[in-house]
Ligand binder design. Structure first.
Ligand code: DAT
Ligand code: MG
Length: 132
């Protein structure tokens, strides 16, 4: 079993898509381990997206993530990280039927985050769930 970090972004919360995100993961056999609701601080957003610092889209990315409540979650399952990325869909041209393919309004308002590798899953769980 593996754990991955998943987050419903502010657009998912404001559009009422949190339940869909959770039920889609559950329907693929993932078990919810932890979840909370919070409006991210600049510090936590900058830590989460540290790899993108300096890029042109970074300021917009941070202001989007801190614009309202998000729902950070941990899911557990077989190959949870890669299965999670498949459920969510790619950053660019997400597959039809994926969460982003179905719900994303644009590349930057794309509803949901999922860890892309074991190291990032560990790092992101540490940022959002230091108590775990
Ligand atoms: P992902 O969220 O699929 O891991 P990423 O780590 O490359 O994608 O980028 C993080 C987020 O930044 C992504 O969900 C949306 C935003 N983003 C990425 N590339 C972008 C771009 N070229 N223009 C605007 N926003 C972008
Ligand atoms: Mg990423």
């Amino acid at each position: 079993m593996e754990r991955t970090f998943v987050m419903a972004k502010p657009d998912a919360v404001s559009r009422g898509l949190v339940g869909k995100i959770i039920s889609t993961f559950e329907a693929r056999g993932m078990k919810l381990v932890s979840l909370k609701v919070m409006t991210p601080t600049e510090e936590i957003a900058a830590d989460h997206y540290a790899e993108h610092k300096g890029k042109g889209f970074y300021p917009g990315l941070i202001s989007f993530l801190t614009s309202g409540p998000v729902v950070p979650m941990v899911f557990e399952g077989k190959s949870a990280i890669s299965v999670g990325r498949q459920i969510i869909g790619a950053t660019r041209d997400p597959a039809p039927g994926s969460l982003r393919g179905t719900y994303a309004e644009s590349i930057d308002h794309n509803v949901v985050h999922g860890s892309d590798a074991p190291e990032s899953a560990k790092r992101e769980m540490g940022i959002w769930f230091p108590e775990l």
